[in-house]
Write a protein that binds this ligand. Structure first.
Ligand SMILES: *[C@@H]1O[C@H](CO)[C@@H](O)[C@H](O)[C@H]1NC(C)=O
Ligand SMILES: *[C@@H]1O[C@H](CO)[C@@H](O)[C@H](O)[C@H]1NC(C)=O
Ligand SMILES: *[C@@H]1O[C@H](CO)[C@@H](O)[C@H](O)[C@H]1NC(C)=O
Ligand SMILES: *[C@@H]1O[C@H](CO)[C@@H](O)[C@H](O)[C@H]1NC(C)=O
Ligand SMILES: *[C@@H]1O[C@H](CO)[C@@H](O)[C@H](O)[C@H]1NC(C)=O
Ligand SMILES: *[C@@H]1O[C@H](CO)[C@@H](O)[C@H](O)[C@H]1NC(C)=O
Length: 431
């Protein structure tokens, strides 16, 4: 209990510091140098967005593509090689911490080489380069033995395929995550203490008040902090972290939006949709050729906040304003949600997707119940199924289930360090 309390205190200290950092450094390199007016065309778009015809109804075409040529590849269920090179783009407040735990456990099992921050502060803060859109090898600590051949990255970053391809092993897959924008803002706003930034924390409904007149509050905040970007950077946050060109976040041109979304769609192996979490995990398992064991997760939510103010319903005006200033997030969420359901259709045809989801949900419940039971006499044996090899759920596994991403990252870090040491020793013996 004492440990738990201490962890809680440390966590709140971290939250305060990280929000402070967020506020201080949100206008970091990229926002500072990007002038929205003059820099309307980055090389990103020139390369990827404008190569197509801007008068096309791209979402329409996207739909056609989704159903025909670029639909989910026909996967052979006898797939043997699990994907062990991947990056998870951790979008804040989207169940990304729970997902990170699942992925970190997988990485630990497969002795993967993680790009982790150079400072111990980074391990503690679980932030790598966010909110910068750039990332370099020098941002990751090197393993003495394995150098910088990273095949795993799960800390907070902004997706930049060019930059990440350059630091990861070839063939790295990208996994993203998105949450329905209305529920996202409820978490994001209070998690980042935006009622403090907007100085309306005393109001009975700070989020609603902000959404009644977002420009007013953003303007106020930017004047107070003498920064021009504050507030505006809260718009389309998910799209930004998922790699949408930062200088186009406020575009009104749906053609440009759709082209960029389509490009991102091709770069991501899979985008988890928080609202359909179990379905998404099963889909992820199939796309990554993993065992069902690999996606078992705790049903206890990480970082859940209990602020009643968070749940006050929006008025029509507030909702309309939210949709107006986050049009891109809504559009992108809608696209990736539909993509998920298209994939589900594909995976159901003769491949028993729903059968697996039902089995998985029941298994997750059983495992969580087992793990919550104090003093289990013996491990829980899970027989093999179409989707998993037999395995046993032990106390050790249960402990892992409730570990935080930071604790897992630390374990993975020590695993890497230990291997460095062992390798050094054995090479000394050889010498
Ligand atoms: C803010 O960002 C700059 C450059 O990205 C960095 O040098 C500086 O240390 C950061 N400040 C804090 C407080 O993290
Ligand atoms: C763009 O559309 C116009 C008119 O439909 C067409 O003439 C042109 O060839 C298209 N360009 C490209 C690059 O597809
Ligand atoms: C799946 O792979 C196996 C072995 O490579 C092959 O024999 C089988 O025909 C494949 N099935 C489908 C549906 O492609
Ligand atoms: C990442 O590395 C670059 C180049 O070495 C450096 O300029 C930048 O500040 C680093 N970012 C962080 C968050 O440490
Ligand atoms: C992404 O990374 C590349 C290569 O490091 C860099 O040139 C580019 O500016 C980055 N994109 C953004 C939006 O920062
Ligand atoms: C996600 O997409 C499905 C299928 O198109 C739709 O029924 C559902 O309402 C969407 N969910 C949300 C939260 O928009």
């Amino acid at each position: 209990m004492a440990v738990r309390a201490r962890v809680k205190v440390l966590w709140s200290v971290f939250l305060c510091l990280s929000s402070l950092l967020l506020v201080m450094n949100f206008s970091g390199a990229m926002w500072g140098k990007l002038d929205m007016g003059t820099l309307s065309l980055s090389s990103w778009q020139q390369q990827h967005v404008h190569q197509q015809n801007s008068s096309d109804a791209v979402l329409g075409r996207g739909d056609r593509l989704l159903t025909s040529e670029l639909s989910v590849p026909q996967r052979n269920d006898t797939c043997m090689d699990p994907v062990t090179n991947f990056v998870f783009i951790k979008v804040h407040k989207t169940a990304s911490a729970s997902t990170a735990v699942v992925l970190l456990r997988f990485a630990y099992k497969h002795h993967m080489i993680m790009c982790y921050p150079r400072t111990s502060w980074g391990i503690a803060g679980f932030r790598l380069t966010f909110p910068s859109t750039e990332i370099y090898k020098s941002n990751c600590s090197r393993s003495k033995v394995f150098g910088d051949h990273f095949n795993f990255l799960v800390h907070h970053t902004v997706f930049n395929k060019t930059a990440m391809d350059a630091i990861m092993k070839p063939g790295t897959k990208y996994i993203g995550i998105m949450r329905e924008p209305q529920s996202h803002i409820r978490s994001w706003f209070f998690y980042n203490r935006h009622h403090r930034i907007y100085k309306n924390q005393g109001h009975k409904n700070p989020l609603g008040e902000y959404l009644d007149n977002p420009e007013y509050f953003e303007d106020l905040a930017s004047k107070r902090t003498r920064r021009t970007d504050i507030g505006v950077h809260d718009r389309n946050k998910q799209a930004f972290i998922m790699g949408f060109p930062p200088d186009l976040l406020n575009t009104q041109d749906t053609g440009i939006m759709d082209r960029a979304i389509w490009q991102l769609h091709q770069w991501y192996t899979f985008v988890i949709i928080s609202e359909y979490y179990e379905e998404s995990l099963v889909m992820l398992r199939r796309k990554m050729c993993w065992d069902l064991y690999d996606i078992l997760h705790s049903t206890k939510k990480i970082h859940e906040q209990h602020t009643p103010k968070k749940y006050i319903p929006f008025t029509d005006k507030q909702l309309a304003n939210h949709k107006r200033i986050n049009a891109l997030d809504y559009r992108m969420y809608d696209f990736f949600n539909r993509t998920l359901w298209k994939s589900v259709e594909e995976e159901e045809r003769g491949k028993g997707f729903w059968e697996e989801v039902a089995y998985f949900k029941a298994l997750v419940e059983r495992v969580n119940t087992y793990c919550l039971t104090p003093k289990n006499e013996r491990p829980m044996e899970v027989p093999s199924s179409k989707w998993n090899k037999p395995f046993s759920v032990t106390d050790g596994f249960c402990k892992g289930l409730s570990r935080t991403p930071k604790e897992w990252a630390r374990r993975l870090f020590y695993q890497m360090a230990r291997r460095d040491k062992i390798w050094k020793k054995s090479s000394l013996v050889v010498a």
